[in-house]
Design a protein around this ligand. Structure first.
Ligand code: GLV
Ligand code: MN
Ligand code: MN
Length: 423
């Protein structure tokens, strides 16, 4: 056995991690960046690649009923509870090559080192590549992790993708039985903790010259789907005073989102998707649908913004003689990370002679779901210019290697007995 305190050098180890991420990124639908949706051929290819690497790292691998790729590196006493790590395999449309999947490849790289050195720990290590966190295909945020915590909404199985396939059909097409989904649920006693490594997706670590950061809390978020319906008409003949233009109403609504969110430092809002019907240059838009994504570290701020916006939208729709339908697509309760686990991650960062920068996550993560099952912590990794959800997403090999060094040190020193009795 090698000296357990020894760690691979950051630059070369990080380059190996980036090379693997590059191979994974090739499995993408067309267009710039990476687009990988739940239960597609690209998802299958990534599962196959990860499963091979997991096996090579001495792990037992299975695809669970929710299409999560799960690997287990057995403890010195087989069957012992596990420290689970992981993040999502899926992406947004035209996303980057690190969001999510970095948090699968880094723990895998750590376990490979343990396996090659013949090291076993008193607890098992599990790595999960969650099948769907972004919800790109079916609008189901956190689908993979919700299945693991046993909190899936059965109605989601009837959701349709843009080609009309339901989520249940997509799972069947992936060789899975939707009726078997409850079997993906894990029990709290099987796990000791969940740790997620993720790119920061913001500019703070880069601005402060730090490769990694310790997450304190994860944002609260809510997502609305709004449809304004007016009357489609001839662009040349209907006087301006008699129009019921759904897109003009949506434009006013978007400004209301911007205005409301600019009023506070701790609130952000985004209209990221807009569909105009019938969508012709010489037709007044009869229908316009758009989404609204609202986030804040504080739940009452999200709730207040949603209430204010619903009322503003209804007022502007009435003033323009438009019908309005507002659906709340989902609400993601934010959460703090768990102090005893953060302390151990903090110790691992310090042991690498790095300053410990604590920071808040404005993005949602699988850890938000996992905290219903076990205690959670997150390690952020610096990304170039804070850019994410964009093909230009980038990290350096050295930072990937430093993240792996911190995580491996954390794994080796992990002491579940330090969990407070009531935690
Ligand atoms: C996940 O990427 C999110 O939308 O926060
Ligand atoms: Mn994302
Ligand atoms: Mn992510």
């Amino acid at each position: 056995m090698t000296d357990p305190s020894s760690l691979p050098a950051a630059a070369t180890w990080g380059q190996d991690i980036l090379d693997r991420l590059e191979l994974l990124a090739r499995h993408s639908e067309g267009g710039p960046g990476v687009t990988r949706r739940l239960a597609t051929a690209e998802h299958r290819a990534v599962h196959d690649l990860l499963a091979g690497w997991m096996a090579d790292a001495g792990m037992a691998v299975h695809l669970d009923a929710a299409a999560n790729t799960c690997g287990r590196y057995e403890a010195s006493e087989p069957g012992a509870p596990a420290l689970m790590m992981g993040s999502h395999q899926d992406t947004v449309r035209q996303g980057g090559r690190y969001d999510g999947i970095l948090g699968v490849v880094v723990p895998l790289a750590c376990i490979k080192v343990l396996h090659d050195a013949g090291e076993r720990l008193p607890f098992a290590l599990e790595v999960v590549a969650f099948s769907d966190e972004e919800g790109l295909r079916f609008g189901t945020g956190l689908f993979g992790s919700s299945a693991i915590i046993g909190r899936l909404n059965p109605e989601d199985l009837a959701r349709r993708d843009e080609d009309g396939a339901t989520l249940a059909e997509a799972l069947r097409g992936f060789g899975l039985d939707p009726d078997g989904l409850p079997a993906a649920a894990r029990q709290p006693e099987e796990l000791l903790a969940f740790v997620e490594v993720h790119i920061e997706q913001g500019p703070i670590l880069e601005a402060e010259g730090l490769p990694v950061g310790l997450v304190t809390d994860i944002t609260f978020g809510a997502n609305l789907s709004v449809t304004l319906t007016g009357v489609a008409g001839h662009a040349g003949t209907v006087p301006m005073s008699r129009r019921q233009d759904a897109l003009a109403g949506a434009a006013e609504a978007i400004q209301a989102v911007e205005r409301t969110c600019r009023e506070r430092d701790d609130l952000v809002g985004t209209v990221g998707k807009l569909a105009v019907s019938p969508g012709a240059t010489n037709v007044i838009p009869g229908e316009c649908s758009f989404t609204v994504d609202i986030r804040s570290p504080r739940e009452p701020v999200v709730a207040g913004a949603i209430a204010d916006l619903q009322s503003a939208f209804e007022t502007l729709a009435a003033a323009r003689d438009l019908q309005i339908d507002i659906q709340q697509r989902y609400q993601l309760p934010g959460c703090p990370c768990t102090p005893w686990l953060m302390e151990q991650l903090e110790a691992a960062i310090s042991a690498q002679d790095l300053p410990v920068r604590r920071l808040f996550s404005g993005a949602g993560h699988d850890a938000m779901a996992m905290r219903h099952l076990t205690d959670i912590a997150m390690l952020f990794v610096r990304c170039t210019a804070g850019i994410s959800h964009n093909p230009a997403e980038a990290i350096t090999a050295k930072d990937a290697g430093i993240a792996a060094q911190v995580l491996l040190r954390f794994i080796r020193d992990f002491d579940p007995s330090r969990r407070p009795a009531a935690s």
